[in-house]
Design a protein. Structure first.
Lengths: 241, 102
């Protein structure tokens, strides 16, 4: 009976992971193409996808580099986007048990998708299983599509605009943002962040408006008294959905 | 070393530190509630800022072009609860079509 439950559980996780892996594929192609457009070599593009392995942060860094932004603004913007990994780490830590090198290796797979599938399970071992299946699946597909995007779209900037692929990045960011908009504090944060970033575009180097939007929102959060002590702590719901 | 390689190295080290901090250092301990709340808001601010900047930014210029049509269509698709992949495809298609007819 337990075996049967396990099989059902495993199949459900595979289904969740499969849909999220499929969703990542076009983004990988867009990243590869964006990297090529920004002047990155194939090796550099793969380096980002293997070593950094964080979709939106790779995208941000490459966009800023392509726009002529400085090394510092590209790296800082990219890293700021990955600050949320700290929160993911807090959520997933109990499930990612093992020797220190095993925990370190599993940490490399920590992205929105793996954390989302992992945190959606109720038992610790299934959280671990969901995290690993989604993480490894996305890792493989992300890297293959990065190569495909770079090779197929290199020197084809016109093709990217002709196919409207330059709108795919914004659409992906909006799609990642969307589930968070159903919570009021998150929605307010998003609106303020967007307005701050938009207002700063003409006045600051590329990358800085994004940083300022984030720092401003956090500063506002800390400046306020602790009015809702039980406001969405890290149970996964506030951060992931 | 090229700019991109330097960015790659810095981001590799920094990202790994951020990813592994929880599992390696924190373990089961949790952060103060206020810090958790601030971290919980970061993705919303950042993703919103990125959405706007990648839609309307061009270096230091604010531009309104076909990308904005794609973003609006993406918003409608998300509101209609269409799958992620479909959202990306219709946004790209709307942008491409807008360029064709304008």
């Amino acid at each position: 009976m337990d075996d049967l439950d396990d099989a059902v559980r495993r199949r459900a996780i595979h289904r969740q992971a499969a849909s999220i892996i499929a969703a990542v594929a076009p983004f990988g192609i867009v990243f590869g193409a964006a990297a090529a457009t920004a002047g990155l070599s194939l090796l550099q593009a793969i380096g980002f996808s293997v070593l950094v392995f964080g979709g939106s942060s790779q995208f941000a860094a490459v966009e800023i580099l392509g726009d002529g932004g400085s090394v510092a603004s590209a790296a800082i913007a990219g890293l700021m986007l990955n600050v949320r990994s700290l929160a993911f780490g807090v959520i997933m830590a109990p499930a990612l048990f093992g020797a220190w090198w095993q925990r370190a290796a599993m940490s490399q797979l920590m992205i929105d998708e793996s954390t989302a599938v992992g945190a959606a399970q109720s038992e610790r071992r299934w959280r671990r299983y969901g995290y690993l299946v989604a993480g490894i699946g996305v890792f493989v597909v992300w890297n293959l599509t990065t190569i495909l995007g770079h090779v197929a779209f290199a020197d084809a900037g016109d093709l990217i605009t002709d196919l409207g692929l330059d709108a795919a990045g914004p659409a992906v960011f909006l799609a990642l943002l969307w589930p968070r908009l159903s919570s009021r504090p998150q929605r307010r944060t998003a609106i303020v962040g967007a307005l701050v970033a938009l207002a700063l575009i003409p006045f600051a180097p590329p990358g800085v408006p994004i940083l300022a939007a984030m720092l401003g929102v956090v500063a506002a959060r800390f400046g306020k008294p602790d009015e809702q002590p039980s406001d969405a702590p890290l149970d996964g719901s506030g951060v992931l959905s | 070393m090229s700019d991109a390689t330097i960015v790659l190295i810095v981001m590799t080290l920094g990202t790994f530190a951020l990813k592994s901090a929880g599992p390696l250092v924190l373990g089961d301990r949790s952060l103060p509630v206020r810090v958790q709340q601030a971290i919980g808001l970061l993705p919303a601010a950042l993703l919103a800022a990125l959405t706007i900047v990648s839609t309307m930014g061009d270096g230091r210029e604010i531009v309104v072009d076909a990308r904005l049509v794609g973003l609006v269509v993406a918003g409608i698709a998300l509101w209609r609860r269409l799958p992620f992949v479909v959202v990306i495809v219709v946004a790209s298609a709307a942008t491409a079509i807008t360029r064709l007819i304008s």
